[in-house]
Design a protein around this ligand. Sequence first.
Ligand SMILES: [Zn+2]
Length: 240
Amino acid sequence: MSLSCNCSQVIVNVDIPEATELHQFFSQQNVPIEAISGQLITAVFTKSSTFRKVTIQDVANTTVEELDRIPQKEKEPAKTKMFFVRSHVLSSPNQGDFFYPACSNPDCKGKKMKKDADQMDPTLRCPSCGGTEMTYRYMASLILADYSSSLFVTAFDSAMTALLDKSAYDFATLDENSRRESISEMTFECATYRIRASVPQQGDKVRFTLMGMKRIENWEKEAGSSLRAIKSYMNAFGLK
Ligand SMILES: [Zn+2]
């Protein structure tokens, strides 16, 4: 299988009699599948509870007004809404630029280290505590996608550690090839991604932050869900 960024087609043939029958049914329809997808989705979601009801399109549709209506919780800086979406990382606009040198003092919460203003001294220093003990932390932009849409998200240390399966320090100290390999392993991984929608400050647009991901551990169960979904389609259209 080969995939490119601008033009790829992946065709998966589920070689089971139900899929063949379903395929025949839809190829005989005069109505385009997009026009009846609402009914399909309802059919699947009402019959197969393990399928995620939220799509990337639903997340992307979050509005400032909607978030404004959520009562603000204590200790939380902004009104937020959390989504769990079955999707995958499509790409990263800032490929490779995933980490920054951060202050290792836990009180500084990963502040970005900077050179002194005169630029003569190459030592990186924390602008907050003045420390020079350095570590690395993740900060990446990613595009998450599913069949419905795609979405720009920002991912910080904990999310990227889960996605790449290694700490920012371990990632930053890899050679370029190994880094690229890690990124390509992370890309297209079908999993449940936790996305937070928030409006950090009054007047901002909705921002999306990737908070974490949960890998699919039981593919057998997943396949069972897919089969149940197909059967739900068939029931919904009176095929069985
Ligand atoms: Zn510091």
